[in-house]
Design a protein around this ligand. Structure first.
Ligand code: S3P
Length: 186
């Protein structure tokens, strides 16, 4: 990545934060820190922040308090995060569900990591983690497709859509940078 042109982009961004949205497993949390480093931005992972504040895993929050409680926490945290400029934020896949959240997301640039379904289903099947209660004990493929069907039109409201297959985080971050440059040019 050419340094001068990245410096130009950073200037053009004028401190606007970048929100990474997309389905579970699309690479938001792994790409976010790399993107932040390139842009010399701060980095926040929304799920991690919630886990730190509550001292509970996402899974435990869903079990003990329920999804609505988690969604409300998500909104409260987002409301705080937007106070900080120049931040890359990796959101949880369901952050797009509440209309209210879009009011916050729109204060920055919203980037949809639109990952190839086959790639992500294989990935999710292999890495069952405590942060994905919606898939726990379910047929991952069916559940994933069901959730995507509900959300895909909402994700499509992002400012930028970046198609992802099986590339590594650095390539994804560079794709995002290219998309941002393209957007800013127009
Ligand atoms: C969720 C996605 C998860 C986490 C929670 C709910 C969702 O985050 O916020 O399990 O509704 O899609 P990731 O997208 O980082 O897996």
């Amino acid at each position: 990545m050419e340094r001068n042109s990245t410096n130009g982009l950073i200037k053009e961004l004028r401190g606007r934060s970048i929100f990474l949205i997309g389905m579970m497993g699309s690479g938001k949390s792994s790409t976010g820190p790399v993107l932040a480093e390139i842009l010399k931005y701060k980095y926040v992972d929304l799920d991690e922040l919630i886990e730190k504040l509550t001292k509970k895993t996402i899974d435990k929050i869903f079990i003990e308090e329920g999804e609505k409680y988690f969604r409300d926490l998500e909104t409260q945290c987002l409301q705080e995060i937007i106070k900080f400029p120049s931040t890359v934020v990796s959101t949880g896949g369901g952050v797009v569900l509440k209309k209210e959240n879009w009011g916050f997301l729109r204060q920055g640039i919203v980037v949809w990591l639109d990952i190839n379904q086959q790639v992500v289903i294989e990935r999710l099947d292999q890495t069952k983690s405590d942060s994905r209660p919606l898939l726990k004990g379910k047929n991952v493929k069916l559940m994933y497709q069901e959730i995507l069907e509900i959300r895909k039109d909402i994700y499509a409201q992002a400012d930028l859509r970046v198609e992802i297959n099986n590339e590594g985080v650095k390539s994804i971050a560079e794709k995002i940078i290219r998309a941002l440059k393209e957007k800013i040019k127009n």
